[in-house]
Design a protein around this ligand. Sequence first.
Ligand code: F6R
Length: 359
Amino acid sequence: MHHEINLDKLDQLKKGDPENMLEALSGLPTQCQDAMQRARAVNISFAADFKNILVTGLGGSAIGGDFLRVYGYRKCTLPILVNRDYNLPSFVNEQTLVLAVSYSGNTEETLSAYEEAKLKKAPIVALTSGGQLAERAKKDGIPLILIPSGLQPRAATGYLFLPLLVVLEKLSLLSDIAAEIEETIAGLADLSKAISAQVPTENNPAKQLALRFYNKIPVIWGVVGTTETVAMRWKGQINENSKALAYFNVLPELNHNEIVGTEVPEKFLRELEVVFLRTEDDHPRVQKRFDITKEIIGERVGGISEVWGDGKNPLARMFALTYLGDCTSAYLALLYGIDPSPVKLITLLKNKLAELPEA
Ligand code: F6R
């Protein structure tokens, strides 16, 4: 099959990736270390008796909230919600910890939610690389975790997720996280070597997956409570990096609806490349569901495979799979001859909205 770029020719990879997305991705382990240091250095304490936690943000800045929500499912006694909107849910009050996250600091939905959180007297922490959010947090005397600018938000996941863990630890809403985080970062450093541009396709699982997805529609199936955010992330990364359509869903829910939709139209079903994201943390009955689902739909779709997240703890496994998906999506972009970095359609939409009068 013809590809625009040979993934094993480093000069072609470099030419196809002028804004260095692959390099930014390979820096994730170092970014995670820096993110931890920056967050730990900020003084955060509130007198509030917290009842719930809300992360507000969009796109690459919201997904850290979803990782936190899944992580917190096992470890945090308070409910964690993610808000991707201008407004806040009505339960938010002075007992809600609001984490306002925007990489650029200029996302209008997040700024609007920040203002509403202030009106509701919720304790707020801001996480941003600058922009309006940084300015407002400084002016309002709100704890501010500043991260470096110059990355695409989706290449800043370490900066946009780990500080949220640190904030919760500082407020005694999470405990004993240090060892898990260290193991996660060490696992990412090992994986970085295994899936980097220098490793040829025959030994590189990210390049192999990109080839499977080429000229197909990726369908990513994860598991609620373990890899649900990872599956959403794979879809988003294929959209934003590869500029391609992709879909995701989770077990066990998809066994109650989506699986039935694999009968027609046959010609499109053959174009689907289904990937199961699996970890040892999945419920034993869900493990069986994967096997049976594979048996049932195996003949109907174009391709089906499984990827297992390895690591020393659930966080490490979740991030190993995330990182694999990130690199896969960048290689897929390059196979199509597409620059993984710019997201012209998001920029176009934001510019068109900025021209309109404020509501
Ligand atoms: C990801 C990306 C978008 C932004 C989103 C919100 O790389 O470009 O998903 O994350 O448009 O913008 P920020 O993150 O600046 O608040």
